[in-house]
Design a protein around this ligand. Structure first.
Ligand code: MG
Length: 249
């Protein structure tokens, strides 16, 4: 017991030294207000809040589903319907995923549940990690905390219930950091999610415990550094609009 404790203490000290060294190296490289320090690249923000900035990959702007495919082995064209500037699940036609793959990213997505069903859907980062969409306005009786809208499904309830009534558009703005695995598939650091729902913080740098499962503890399975983003068809009509993503790697 004693030996284990000192070993783990040594681990923390070693980690601390590594972090101090790497942070220290960066601090030494640039003087305060150093004029030679490279300026960040310029990104033109959207014309109004929620609009995609200049460096975003627009995944859906109301026109077509060309950036998406059915999330199964067929990879066929999605059957979800487009009306106005929104797309709506065609229940039981299958979840959809982006053709492009992503790792660390910033995501903006708008969604709407109809109120007649539970509005179950979700945003799966890297095909694995679900940020839940559900009719959770006023904490309905069928809800459990780690399964309501804004939860990291089965792992972290949202910090608060920031849901709008069904039938109204809601937003998620998410910073997603992918998990890191070594070459043998061993977990080096967990994934993390920070999410705002309708501008309200619901997940604050929350540790991801593993890929999303129902009714049991999550665990990691190693995967590629970039994977598609998936929108869930859980048999309920749910609409989406104005979806854009900024790869952060
Ligand atoms: Mg779901």
């Amino acid at each position: 017991m004693k030996a284990r404790k000192s070993l783990s203490q040594f681990g923390w000290v070693a980690l601390g030294l590594m972090l101090t060294t790497s942070v220290g190296a960066e601090e030494k490289q640039w003087k305060v207000h150093d004029k030679d320090r490279p300026l960040p690249k310029e990104v033109a923000p959207g014309a109004k809040p929620g609009d995609p900035p200049s460096d975003a990959v627009v995944l859906f702007d109301g026109k077509d589903l060309s950036k998406w495919e059915i999330a199964d082995a067929s990879g066929g064209a999605p059957k979800w319907k487009i009306e106005g500037d929104a797309m709506t699940t065609a229940p039981r036609s299958g979840s959809i995923r982006t053709k492009q793959s992503f790792g660390d990213c910033q995501l903006h997505i708008e969604w709407k549940v109809d109120g007649k069903t539970h509005g179950n859907s979700g945003v799966f980062f890297m095909d694995q990690y679900e940020l839940q969409i559900f009719d959770s306005y006023k904490s309905k009786q069928w809800i459990y905390a780690d399964g309501m809208a804004g939860s990291l499904y089965g792992q972290h309830p949202p910090l608060v219930n920031a849901c709008r009534p069904p039938g109204q558009w809601e937003t998620f703005d998410v910073i997603f950091q992918r998990p890191r695995f070594d070459k043998d598939g061993k977990l080096l650091s967990p994934g993390r999610v920070t999410a705002l729902q309708n501008g309200v913080l619901v997940l604050n740098h929350a540790d991801i415990k593993g890929f999303t499962v129902h009714g049991k503890e999550a665990a990691y399975r190693p995967h590629a550094d970039k994977m598609p983003l998936q929108l869930q068809d859980h048999g309920n009509p749910v609409s989406f609009r104005n979806i854009w993503i900024r790869p952060l790697e």
